[in-house]
Design a protein around this ligand. Structure first.
Ligand code: ZN
Length: 411
């Protein structure tokens, strides 16, 4: 059952996962947290030791390196993110390897009430006999995306040690702050110098993603009229009342995250801040199609205008700003990077599966900026929580896909 990559993948994931590299959306710095650099500096050292070339840590916190080509071919990028999700405790991760999973419950030393089983994670039922890695119960594992890092590093090491394998030049990029949507610095495409790239940041073996949401962010600012509450008659305009009206007029039983799935988009009220004189609503708008995205933005503006018309003394401002776009818009013009990875998936005996992602990836931004960048599976499951797990053998399949991709860059 064990493959030639298993020991290395397991060792890398266990070591990388133990390093706290959580990002923080509230920080204004880049990278958002200094601890991410602990991961980045380790990768720099390991890349130098394995003989990768042009190893650098950019001043915006990305580790870059080259695996020189052994034949003429286009330059391919492999990307993974070093940060872990801010949504759950990621400090003091103690990875646990469950060798030869027996099909039953997996328990956690630091959280006796917690159980991982095929009941709460059905895909686990297919992993009997494989080696499963989890955390110890009080943290996430961080296989998102330390698994992607481990896969790219293992495939890179393998190619460097097997120069007889013909492939074009490969550029590695390990980015910070993906989880807070700040992974792709405007300088990255120029520094990456790749004709196309892949993020290793997906789920089950075979999954190749080239469709993501298109995303806008919106801020509605409501400015009322402030007055002493005791002497406010015919003077005060309470911003909170108008704010509530706006929220109440937005769709409640359709078009919200909790009422949509598949290819349906939504408007999500994510935060309200403020007081009676001024308040601010933060929203995110998501749809797979631009028309759908624009229609939802128009609906929000319409609601704001309607509420504004009920109180002329108030000011209601609605700002909608683009966040990222469905990478399919670019990839469908030239499907070569998608076709190449689908062929590589077939090469290792898997069936390629493509499902639209109800979110974005670093690849969405990279694609928009001119580097087509589909997302490749790693095996990660139940991410961003204490039940997160991954099979070492699934990671080995992704490693084989990376190597098959390298081979396919030359004819
Ligand atoms: Zn990820």
């Amino acid at each position: 059952m064990r493959t030639e990559f298993d020991d290395e993948l397991q060792d890398r994931l266990v070591r990388y996962a133990a390093i706290d590299s959580q990002s923080d959306a509230r920080s204004a710095t880049s990278p958002s947290t200094d601890i991410q650099l602990d991961m980045s500096r380790l990768l720099v050292q390991e890349l130098q030791e394995m003989g990768a070339q042009d190893v650098t840590l950019t001043d915006f916190g990305v580790v870059l390196a080259t695996i020189p080509g052994t034949a003429e071919g286009p330059t391919m990028g492999w990307c993974a993110h070093v940060d872990t999700a801010p949504q759950f405790n990621a400090t003091g991760v103690k990875p646990v390897v469950h060798r030869g999973y027996n099909g039953g419950d997996i328990t956690f030393a630091d959280a006796p009430e917690l159980k991982l089983s095929p009941e709460n994670s059905p895909y686990l039922a297919q992993k009997v006999g494989e080696d499963i890695i989890t955390a110890s119960g009080t943290t996430l594992l961080g296989g998102d995306d330390k698994a992607g890092v481990a896969i790219a590093m293992t495939a890179a090491r393998y190619l460097l040690q097997n120069p007889d394998i013909r492939h074009g030049p490969i550029r590695l990029a390990f980015t910070p702050d993906e989880e807070i949507g700040r992974g792709v610095d405007p300088r990255l495409p120029d520094d990456l110098k790749a004709d196309f790239a892949y993020t290793f940041d997906g789920g089950k073996p075979g999954e190749i993603e080239f469709e993501t949401f298109s995303a806008d962010g919106a801020t509605v600012t409501v400015t009322g009229v402030s007055a002493h509450p005791g002497f406010a008659k015919d003077k005060m305009v309470n911003a909170l009342h108008l704010t509530s009206k706006i929220v109440m007029m937005l769709p409640q039983v359709t078009m919200t995250p909790d009422t949509t799935e598949g290819t349906e988009g939504f408007i999500h009220v994510s935060e309200i801040m403020g007081g009676s004189s001024e308040a601010e609503i933060t929203l995110i708008i998501r749809d797979f199609e631009m028309e759908g995205l624009e229609a939802k933005g128009a609906l929000l503006r319409q609601v704001c205008e309607t509420v504004a018309a009920t109180e002329l003394r108030a000011q209601i401002k609605c700002d909608i700003t683009p966040q990222y776009r469905n990478m399919r818009y670019w990839l469908e013009k030239d499907m070569t990077p998608v076709d190449l990875v689908r062929a590589a998936v077939t090469d290792v005996g898997l069936e390629p599966v493509s499902i639209p992602i109800r979110g974005g990836t670093d690849g969405s931004r990279l694609t928009e900026m001119g580097v087509p960048c589909p997302n490749v599976f790693t095996g990660m499951q139940e991410i961003h929580g204490p039940l997160e797990w991954i099979s070492v053998q699934d990671m080995a399949l992704a490693t084989k896909v990376a190597i098959a991709l390298a081979r396919r860059t030359v004819t």
